[in-house]
Design a protein around this ligand. Structure first.
Ligand code: SF4
Ligand code: SF4
Length: 447
């Protein structure tokens, strides 16, 4: 009973049971009810997790860790390419020159650097032709946490997700193809992505839409910012050279900010950010309360990528820096024609499938029976979603009991009734509480 381990795709977070104190803060904010507390520790149901990072933000002990790649892995490749999002430049004070940042990136070990959003101008044209024939509203595929949220919680909207790759994948494809054209040995180059969010770690390792990413590994932006900033402060000597592909247009720089995508779309488009706002909006869309919308930009973090959990700086200052940065770059860059030539064949992805939460059973008859048992159980529970059972809601506990993953007596209200009736002893009741919240907590409280 309790504890979730299995997974069919690569998740980007893990919980350290040594550090977790079972406070359940994470469980209360998870938008897909993927967390439970058992034995005094939190556990993630991997197939239900959408890598939004909401749990990471609220954990008071930093027990939730990011499963990024070890920086040393870059040295397994002779040619080491870093794809840098414009949000990274916005982490620095405006007095730090961009060339200095590139020089330090080279000194730290990369041989080539490319700005991620150089593919945006091509992508925007592709989106505008895509939405002409697509069912409306077209929902952006930019934010991987939102794509997974729709797969898990709003399966009826999956067909509305735009089947075009996000800028990071198009840029990676562009450089991979360029290296192949230049006759480079593929095993000699590693393409690494500097990520401001954990959703993109999972998206690179387990992409949706029948697609295989050319990206070799993902570097945590918070970790890497500290490394670069320290080198800058220490004024390290630059001894190595680096190839810099820093083409960016104002459209590209603004793309990861809220409204940066929808502003380029012909027709009626809206921009929504933040997990709660996103869920509210998707619910309204599912209930057909929103009409005549052509395009929906929707991102899990407040202030979009500026508010990514691996972004070091305050999100409002980051967004302000991006706007300032955008005002200083040209409207178009000189790689646009190359992108148009080589990328239109690679921007599309296949059908995106709903990700069933397989709540009860794959056999439909068994599932229906279990569903009915869960419905009856829910009526027994008080419906106040107190969380004392180690599950986020009475509904979640009913489902767990039917699946054999929790005891009906985990519900503190039912247990009290059964105790009064003499149907369960005090010792048994204490054992159940210990199984959820851990023995230590109770021995500590009884001292
Ligand atoms: S990352 Fe998001 S979906 Fe996954 S366990 Fe944490 S809060 Fe839940
Ligand atoms: S927030 Fe979750 S992971 Fe962090 S200490 Fe509390 S129960 Fe453990």
């Amino acid at each position: 009973m309790g504890g979730y381990r299995h997974t069919t795709y690569n998740r980007a977070l893990e919980i350290s049971t040594d550090i977790c104190i079972g406070c359940s803060h994470c469980m209360k904010v998870c938008p897909t009810e993927a967390l439970r507390v058992f034995g005094g520790k939190a556990g993630i149901h991997a197939d239900w997790c959408i890598d939004c990072g909401e749990c990471y933000r609220v954990c008071p002990t930093r027990a939730i860790g990011v499963m990024d790649d070890d920086f040393k892995e870059i040295f397994n490749y002779r040619h080491r390419v870093l794809l840098v999002p414009s949000v990274f430049f916005a982490q620095f004070d405006r007095t730090v020159p961009r060339q200095k940042i590139f020089d330090i990136i080279g000194e730290l070990g990369f041989t080539e650097v490319c700005t991620v959003e150089q593919s945006v101008d091509t992508l925007v044209d592709e989106i505008n032709s895509y939405i002409e024939d697509a069912d409306k509203p077209v929902i952006s595929s930019f934010c991987p946490a939102i794509v997974r949220l729709i797969q898990v919680r709003f399966p009826s909207l999956v067909d509305n997700i735009m089947k075009l790759l996000p800028p990071i994948e198009i840029t990676a494809q562009f450089y991979k193809k360029r290296y192949e054209r230049e006759g480079m040995d593929c095993s000699e180059f590693g393409i690494f992505y500097l990520t401001p969010c954990i959703g993109k770690i999972a998206a690179v390792k387990s992409p949706v839409g029948g697609y295989k990413s050319p990206i070799t590994g993902v570097i945590n932006m918070d970790f890497f910012f500290n490394k670069v900033y320290l080198a800058y402060r220490q004024k390290i000597e630059i001894t190595k050279s680096i190839i810099v592909n820093d083409q960016l247009s104002s459209k590209g720089v603004l793309y990861p900010t809220t409204g940066g995508e929808s502003i380029n779309i012909s027709g009626r488009s809206l921009a929504v950010d933040g997990m709660k706002n996103s869920i509210d909006f998707l619910e309204a869309l599912e209930n057909e309360e929103i009409k005549n919308l052509d395009f929906l930009e929707i991102r899990a973090c407040d202030e979009s990528c500026a508010g990514g959990i691996l972004s070091h700086r305050n999100r409002f200052l980051t967004a302000e820096s991006l706007r300032e940065f955008a005002s200083k770059v040209p409207k178009e860059h000189n790689l646009i024609l190359d992108y148009k030539k080589y990328c239109s064949a690679v921007v599309h992805m296949d059908r995106i499938e709903p990700r069933s939460m397989v709540k009860y059973d794959r056999d439909i008859e068994v599932a229906l029976k279990k569903m009915e048992s869960a419905r009856r159980l829910r009526e027994l529970f008080p419906g106040i979603d107190c969380g004392a059972c180690g599950a986020p809601s009475c509904e979640a506990l009913a489902e767990d009991v039917v699946k054999g993953q929790a005891d009906i007596n985990s519900c503190i209200f039912l247990r009290t009734v059964y105790e009064k009736r003499g149907e369960i002893s005090l010792d048994e009741a204490v054992k159940i509480m210990e199984s959820i919240w851990g023995k230590d907590r109770f021995s500590k409280n009884s001292d």
